[in-house]
Design a protein around this ligand. Structure first.
Ligand code: SAH
Length: 193
C-alpha cells in the first residue's frame, strides 16, 4: 500500500489542524488542488486566501473551484490574489493575524505553462516567516519542496535549514521524505507553538 505521497501527507497534517470556519492560506495556488482542498476543509463559514504571481495559475484555480462548486458540498469563499506570497501579510485582514489555521506551499513551477515562474529561496523564506506570524497556536505550515529541477535543490535545502533553525518555542518542525528517492519532492512542516 505504501506511504502517502508528500502532497497527501501535507493535506493530512492540515486536515488534523484546520476545520469548518477557519481562515487558511494557499501560498502557491498553482493548479488549485490545495486551494480546493482548503476550501472544502474550512467550508462556507471559513475563508481561503490563495496567492500566485501568474495569471494562468489563478485562472486555472478559478476554473477548478467553479467546476467543483456545482457538484460538491459548499466551498469556502476563496480570495484569489495575484501577488507574491512574500507580501501575504498585506492582504489578510489585521484580525487574521495569529488566527490562521494553516498555510500551504507547493514550490517549484507550474508545469505546462509557456513561461513558468519558479519559486525562489529569498521570497519563499520571507513568506514562511510571514506564515509563522499569521498562524495560530496549533496551526500548520506545510511546504512541499522539489529538489529535482534546476535551482530546486538550493531552495529545498534552504527551506530545510530554515526549519532546522526554528526555535523550539516558536514551532515544532518535521521533514517527511523518501530517502531512496533523493531527487523526489519532500515535505517540511511546522506546528506553531
Ligand atoms: N511543483 C508543483 C507545482 C508548483 S506550482 C508540481 O509539480 O505540481 C508553484 C506556483 O508558485 C506557480 O504557479 C508559480 O506561479 C507560483 N509562484 C512562484 N513564485 C511565487 C511567489 N513569489 N508568490 C506566489 N506564488 C509564486
Amino acid at each position: 500500500m505504501g506511504f502517502p505521497s508528500v502532497l497527501s501527507q501535507a493535506q493530512r497534517w492540515v486536515k488534523e489542524r484546520a476545520g469548518p470556519g477557519d481562515i487558511v492560506v494557499d501560498a502557491t495556488a498553482g493548479n488549485g488542488s490545495d486551494t480546493l482542498f482548503l476550501a472544502r476543509t474550512v467550508g462556507p463559514r471559513g475563508r481561503v486566501y490563495a496567492f500566485d504571481v501568474q495569471a494562468e495559475a489563478l485562472d486555472s484555480t478559478r476554473r477548478r473551484l467553479e467546476g467543483e462548486a456545482a457538484t460538491s458540498s459548499p466551498l469556502a469563499p476563496v480570495e484569489l490574489i495575484r501577488a507574491g506570497h512574500e507580501t501575504m501579510e498585506r492582504f489578510l485582514p489585521p484580525e487574521a493575524r495569529g488566527r490562521v489555521a494553516a498555510v500551504m506551499f507547493n514550490l517549484g513551477y507550474l508545469p505546462g505553462v509557456p513561461s513558468p515562474v519558479i519559486t525562489l529561496p529569498a521570497t519563499t523564506l520571507a513568506a514562511m516567516e510571514s506564515s509563522l506570524r499569521l498562524l495560530r497556536t496549533g496551526g500548520a505550515l506545510t511546504v512541499v519542496a522539489y529538489p529535482g529541477h534546476e535551482g530546486g535543490r538550493a531552495e529545498a535545502d534552504a527551506v530545510e535549514a530554515w526549519a532546522a533553525a526554528l526555535p523550539q518555542a516558536v514551532a515544532q518542525a518535521v521533514v517527511y521524505r523518501f530517502p531512496q528517492k533523493t531527487a523526489s519532492p519532500f515535505l517540511i512542516a511546522a506546528d506553531k507553538k
